[in-house]
Design a protein around this ligand. Sequence first.
Ligand code: ADP
Ligand code: MG
Length: 906
Amino acid sequence: MPNFLINMFNKIFPNFNERKIKDYYSTVFEINCYYKSFTNLSDNELKIKTSDLRSAILQGQTMKSILPEAFALVKEATRRVLGLTLFDVQLIGGIILHEGKIAEMKTGEGKTLVSCLPAFLNSLFGKGVHIITVNEYLAQRDSTLISQIYELLGLSVGLVTADMNIDEKKYNYNCDITYVTNSEVAFDYLKDNMVMDISHIVQRNFFYCIIDEVDSILIDEARTPLIIGGNTQSSVSKYIKASEISKYLLKDKDYEVDYKKQIVTLTDKGLLNIETLLNIIDLYDIYDPWAQYIINSLKAKELYIKDVHYIISNDHIEIIDEFTGRIAHGKRWSEGLHQAIEAKENLSIKQGMKTLSSITYQNFFLLYPKLSGMTGTAKTEEYEFEKLYKLPIVQVPTNKKMQRIDFPDIVYRTSYYKWKAVANECYDMYLIGRPVLVGTTNIESSELLSRLLSDYNLPHNLLNAKPENIKRESEIIAQAGRKKAITIATNMAGRGTDIILGGNINVVVKCKILDLLFNNQFINLNSNKMLVELLNINDLNSPLMITRLDNQLYDLLKRSEYWFKKLSERIHNKREIQKFIIFIIENKHKYNYSNNPLILLYQLLYNNYTLILEEEKEEVIKLGGLHVIGTERHDSRRIDNQLRGRSGRQGDPGSSRFFLSLEDKLLKNFGADKIANLMNNLHIEDSVPLESVLLTSVLENVQQKVESYYYDIRKSIFDYDQVLNSHRYGLYSERKKILNNYYLKDIILQYSQNSVDQMASLYYSSYKQQNKKLAKSVLINLNELLGLKENIELQDLNSLTLNHIKFLFRQQMIISYDLKEAYWEEIAPGTIRQLEKYYLLSQIDQAWARHLEAMVQLQDAISWRSYAQQDPLIEYKTESFNIFYNLYQYISQSVVYMIMRTSKVI
Ligand code: ADP
Ligand code: MG
């Protein structure tokens, strides 16, 4: 159903979702009955229950029938290990995930634990369950948490990270449940399909997958495919030649320039001119592409101006950022444009990357027979999830009633007054002590606001989405709910970590300890000062303080310091030490409390901070909770909802407000004039904002338009990738077959037959057309290839039909191959089998890389040629069929050629 129909449907039947939820309650009731009956079982008996369920499945019981018991086991294990009781809405979320759907549950509703339920149930099959997170920090955090529950139930939890070797990865993928990031799991899939030895494959066949923050992975990241690249060798000369030629070409005669859209198109005359100058037949030949080089050179000539778009420094092209006017160090324009500009400026040309293999997330995740996902914000993209992924969405009600107030947007005429208003709002909140989270759409504006707040002398944390900061990010976000905290974050930063009012105790204590150890605050501190620092208490005379000043803590600090020094002697790498300490803290339940001073220190600080944070929480709640400020409407409502959703978790109070200006990108592009007119008519001054509910709904309409624009782009990428995907599937299965086989002679012979058949056909047709020269050269090639003792000559074939010739060629080929094999067996027994495998696999990989490039060229060529009245996608499908056919021809020829030649050399 298109979005507007779904919207209409939801308006007419507002209770449809509710009814779906109601249906789940009978199962919830069953789960809770089992759960109650498990209270008195021993830990060991719980484990036995798990293996009972496993055997039930082996004996053919359906998952549906054992779901209540399995979920109840997880609920009981969670209670025992974490001391948390799963809410009914969490159980419902689990059922939805098990059904292969998307569970929309708000931030802070406890989705990590929700995924644990279906993961457990599905892992009973023994085929592995993948839980996908957006970054490694979350994968690590969640797997540590969940592994405690699973250990109790007797299941294994794996974690795959980028720095692991093959054996470690394999071990972790073989666990019952595996935590891994979206990029790592897809890269491993690509790499598994490039291995030369079967023992290097790390993944099992896919079975069931739960994607956390599913909208971020399947929607936001859907536009950039994953690529494994290698260095390219070719084409430097092409850039230079293209640059030369572009100098001779004339604007409006050979080519036309559209400055607004930033595109260059060739005229028919220009096309002919270029082909003559280059002495080629087809500028768009996908195996010898020139068009892209020429177009890029013309773009470099017409659209990219030195000292406006780039500067030259140290013989390098450096891009000038169009928004900030700053140099974007190290950034390069893509798809050959950068090289074209280097050629124009007579600089040395830096090699680009060649794609060895690639896949889009869209098609990657569709490889799972069963897929499911969870997020706080999916509903706005319902159509896309249903259409492309066949993933229906069910909205799960919150556990406690949502208390957040979303105020209507405020619009200023200029961005100057907008930012001033944002800073003022931060100031007002700071004065009363309410924590504030400000979301910005880009790094520049977050820095701008940060400077403004510094002018106001307001302490604040600034976050951006650089990958190396993700861990720290989560820590800052975890403290964003403390009193007086002001946090500026680009919209996506710190996803997956919820903001707890008063602060997240675990993170606060962990940070404090790391801070203490690494900044050497122990040394030369008198105990009072140190404790003030440590306990974060400003008032030395507070009654709380007196109870906390005890010698025990001081001694403990000394011991920890000693322990840390010893540790530093053993491990020199600061990062490693930090990792180790975090590991101990996070796995503290496994350690003996009385031994390790670090754990004792943790415990002590934990107790102290619990008091402080609890007090703080009460205070913050009284003040109204977290206030979220949006500084620009994003292109998609979903991202705005994510930002708002940071506040009001688990029934907390909270509020949100967006501050906008007519100079914002979204407003500038759509409908700012109407609002400006309105402001003029009302004689509103620049410093006075417009605030209305009506305006908010106008903006939502604009956003819906932009959303559907981006949907179309993603849909088109998906459609084009579908074509390539079927090729990928075919090739990967063939490759797997080869990899799994020891005896490949039959495949080689089959490929060879294919090759010599082609030669026979070519020979026959040229002979019939009296083209003796061509016929002869075919025979020379054949003789050369087969290395025959007695060459096949023209006169031998005179009177034969095509079928006879094919038969003869095949025979000769088999004889030649047998001879090579015998020869090899004598000097190095068994080698021929290895050679066969090696050549088959490496030629497939090379051919695939060549194919990928050809497909990109084809897509470009089709878009450049612009077919009148024709759907380019259909054109693409038709032509890609030929390219795919070529791929197989190419593989079979090159394999035979390689293997025959190698034998000859030895
Ligand atoms: P989400 O991913 O939905 O934003 P998380 O899984 O990160 O939420 O959980 C948020 C917080 O809620 C965590 O600190 C978690 O321990 C806590 N939590 C989850 N489930 C429960 C529960 N049933 N009772 C109490 N706290 C819970
Ligand atoms: Mg989460």
